[in-house]
Ligand binder design. Structure first.
Ligand code: GTR
Length: 413
């Protein structure tokens, strides 16, 4: 569940399908100069063009400079989860920037297995929230002040231990032969407008982007996505992980970050967007649920400054979110919604996924393979999959069951 629901307080949103209106989506297979993209090699240039459009207009440019990392194992439990797993706690340090806090990974691997596939996902409330195991330390980093006493003065309390176990399903994942790595997203950047200070965006900028207020600078979503790639750098050094079978998963704002990370870094074998909504899988041009203006107002630090210029003119965006999803092609992609999560616009997420079809086709693959919105709890699709389950904005056991099946079939065991 999201720690913050302030966006729901505003008025200017629509939940009436009859009022959505009409819109014209940009075609992923027509390049800026108007040429039709018909081959895989033409897609390579179009893809680069789209990457630049998303960087310039939505997420900001991710700095490309290499960064020296140091991986330090801080704890190993050879018999975690009642003997089911080996759990390693590993901190990623930035050698040239000792002032930047480490990214602390909780890595679970099935015991006595070699070259395992693994899920990687950022978490909302600290690694200790994903498990009830008492030897996982409570995060000491800034967290949202939540309702109840799970956090006090922006510090997590013991009460938050295990608070999100149902969203992680670690034992089920491990029993199915997968590893799981999770990281508190606030390690990379705390989720508030000043969160960049003292974190990676305060030291790394794209050459042309020197201050966080520069119009095309990167935002917090860009930073979280960058962090996912650094975690990937580490996972690639773990001998028991198959580096070619790392499946990226993200929920909500972290689903937006997962999609942007998956678009930029093709080492991620597959990407799962769980209810990522506006700025994630949902079409921006569809007036339903959260809007570009709303998200930019509630979360001014998530996207770049240029994105804010589209608040009142979404039709002028040179891209829409189906093209972000298409950047994952030809890799497997899962887009999931929930019936009561209207804020994320389930139909807009479905359409985002459906409109990737021509790009998957270019690779000889079937994406969703249908334009028909499915009934609840009826997963559909091939290389691109979609479901809308009953219930609220959350990651549930039902969602994980579909993701495991998807990974079994498309990423391999
Ligand atoms: C909401 C926000 C959404 C989504 C969600 C979450 O407040 O409006 O875009 O990111 O938070 O992350 O749970």
């Amino acid at each position: 569940a999201a720690p913050l629901a302030s966006a729901q307080k505003v008025e200017e949103f629509n939940y009436d399908e009859a009022k959505v209106g009409t819109y014209t989506l940009p075609d992923p297979l027509t390049s800026k100069d108007g040429k039709a993209v018909k081959t895989k090699s033409a897609w390579t240039s179009r893809r680069a063009e789209l990457m630049e459009l998303f960087a310039a207009n939505v997420y900001g440019h991710t700095p490309k400079q290499p960064i020296k990392l140091r991986f330090q194992t801080t704890a190993v439990n050879e018999s975690a989860l009642n003997g089911l797993a080996v759990r390693k706690m590993v901190s990623i340090f930035f050698v040239d920037y000792p002032q930047i806090p480490s990214i602390d990974v909780a890595l679970y691997l099935p015991k006595n297995k070699k070259l395992v596939p693994i899920f990687l996902g950022l978490n909302f409330s600290g690694n200790h929230s994903a498990t009830t195991e008492t030897d996982v330390p409570i995060t000491t980093r800034w967290v949202y002040n939540a309702i109840g006493d799970v956090s006090v003065n922006n510090k997590a309390t013991e009460k938050s231990r295990g608070m999100q176990v149902s969203s992680w399903q670690i034992e089920t994942v491990l029993k199915r032969g997968y590893g799981l790595a999770t990281v508190y997203y606030g390690d990379i950047e705390p989720d508030h407008p000043q969160g960049w200070q003292g974190h990676i965006r305060s030291v790394l900028d794209s050459p042309s982007e020197t201050v966080p207020s520069a119009s095309n600078n990167w935002g917090a979503i860009g930073a979280w996505a960058w962090g996912l790639s650094r975690i990937m750098d580490y996972l690639q050094t773990e001998p028991d992980i198959d580096p070619k079978r790392v499946v990226l998963i993200g929920h909500s704002r972290l689903g937006k970050a997962a999609l942007w990370a998956g678009a930029q870094d093709d080492r991620f074998a597959a990407v799962i967007s769980n209810e990522s909504g506006e700025g994630g899988a949902a079409l921006s041009r569809r007036w339903y649920g959260e809007t570009v203006e709303r998200i930019n107002t509630s979360f001014p630090h998530w996207f770049n400054a240029q994105f804010k210029t589209y608040n009142k003119r979404v039709a002028d965006l040179p891209i829409d979110q189906h093209e972000l999803l298409a950047l994952i092609a030809p890799r497997p992609l899962y887009v999931a919604s929930a019936e009561e999560d209207r804020w994320s616009d389930p139909k807009g997420e479905f359409l985002g996924a459906a409109h990737t079809e021509p790009v998957y086709k270019l690779f000889g693959k079937t994406g969703l393979g249908t334009d028909t919105f499915p009934a609840v709890n009826q997963p559909i699709g091939q290389t691109v999959r979609y479901h809308i389950r009953t219930g609220k904005h959350d990651v549930t056991a039902y969602d994980w069951e579909q993701y495991l099946k998807f990974a079994d079939e498309l990423v391999g065991k």
